[in-house]
Design a binder for this molecule. Structure first.
Ligand code: F6P
Length: 359
């Protein structure tokens, strides 16, 4: 097969497993006798003259177990095609022209873009502008459409479960209520899976608005039954039925979530007169070594992305369905999020083991 040069980049928020994808893609490209180059800092690396590094076998050796991305990433910059759920913006024509200049100057055959909804929206626009693009889905939130799993999610869930295990022993010793705020802007997958795995008693997610009174009742019901502690997991995007959600805007106009744990903690403390402590897990969920599942998923996704390039299946994204890694059009994955359905099996299972959703 003719020697080709392909590019790869990591874009948007980082997560555990990105380096496994880079390593997998590097080895798959090497097998084909191709050269893989990695652009630094997401799409920004595409700006002329191109900021990149050669990702040969040596450059990607020993990185699979490392969190973050050796290429660096940004979730802002010149290529932002989307701000928030549903708001689609276009990349300006002069930026597209600059990316094309770099792409042509480097003689690239294709570009593999690893990212979530926003970054894949950028990838889709580049594809529509004629760039041969293949996408790899990434988000710890696991809320991308058209794939049952994204790497980074399992590592985040493991982090939540570990935090709950630790909080549980101190909560029980002091007979306290513990509130753990976890990530999940629009979807409660991390809270749901992490809460289930870590033995939470209450899980509050964006898809199921809750009532403070119901949460307080659950705390008291448990106490009357002799429970020594109550563990509450709340997703950062959860909101009460009366519409209370913690969201603040930054100087750059960005909407950030965070702080709902504090509100829940205060309300439940006042309503139950119990001692409550709140812990915000934050970016701990995004850092650190990937779980074995995320290493395997990342490797599989990297290899599959190179295969898709070899088959000329541009405009597609790697997708994981029913234990098989396949491909779907990128357009099927973006501009809408896969959220937790309030009547899905996982929610039913949680309710069956007496987890309350505060509804
Ligand atoms: O989209 C992934 C995510 O981890 C969200 O759950 C969270 O709100 C956000 O990223 C935080 O991003 P930043 O790195 O900008 O703080």
């Amino acid at each position: 097969m003719e020697k080709k040069r392909i590019g790869i980049l990591t874009s948007g928020g980082d997560c555990s497993g990105l380096n496994a994808v880079l390593r997998g893609a590097s080895r798959a490209a090497d097998k084909l006798g191709w050269e893989l180059i990695g652009f630094r800092d997401g799409f920004e690396g595409l700006l002329p003259p191109g900021d990149y590094t050669i990702l040969d076998r040596r450059a990607t050796a020993g990185i699979m177990h490392l969190g973050g991305t050796i290429l660096g990433t940004v979730n802002k910059g010149h290529f932002v095609a989307k701000v928030g759920a549903g708001d689609v913006m276009a990349i300006p024509p002069d930026i597209i022209a600059k990316a094309r200049q770099t792409f042509d100057a480097l003689g690239l055959h294709a570009l593999i873009t690893i990212g979530g909804d926003g970054s894949l929206s950028t990838a889709l626009q580049l594809h529509e502008e004629g760039f041969p693009v293949v996408g790899v889905p990434k988000t710890i939130d696991n809320d991308l459409e058209a794939t049952a799993r994204t790497f980074g999610f399992d590592s985040a869930v493991a982090c939540v479960a570990d935090a709950l295990d630790r909080l549980h022993t101190t909560a029980t010793s002091h007979k306290r209520v513990m509130v753990l705020e976890v990530m999940g802007r629009h979807a409660g997958w991390i809270a749901l899976h992490g809460g289930l795995a870590g033995g939470a008693d209450v899980i509050l997610i964006p898809e199921i608005p809750f009532e403070f009174a119901k949460v307080a009742d659950e705390v008291m019901r448990r106490e009357h039954e002799g429970a020594k502690s109550t563990m509450i997991v709340v997703a950062e995007g959860a909101s009460s039925k009366d519409g209370r959600q913690k969201r603040h805007s930054t100087a750059s106009g960005e909407h950030r979530l965070g702080g709902i744990g504090e509100i829940v903690g205060r309300e439940i403390g006042e309503r139950t007169e119990k001692e409550v402590r709140t812990c915000v897990l934050g970016h701990l969920q995004r850092g650190g070594a990937p779980t074995t599942l995320d290493r395997i998923l990342g490797t599989t996704f990297g290899v599959k992305a190179v295969q898709l390039v070899a088959e000329g299946r541009f405009g597609t994204m790697v997708s994981y369905q029913n234990y098989v890694t396949m491909d779907v059009p990128i357009s099927h994955a973006v501009h809408k999020l896969r959220r937790v359905s309030p009547d899905c099996q996982m929610v039913e299972t949680a309710r069956a083991v007496e987890i309350s959703f505060g509804d």
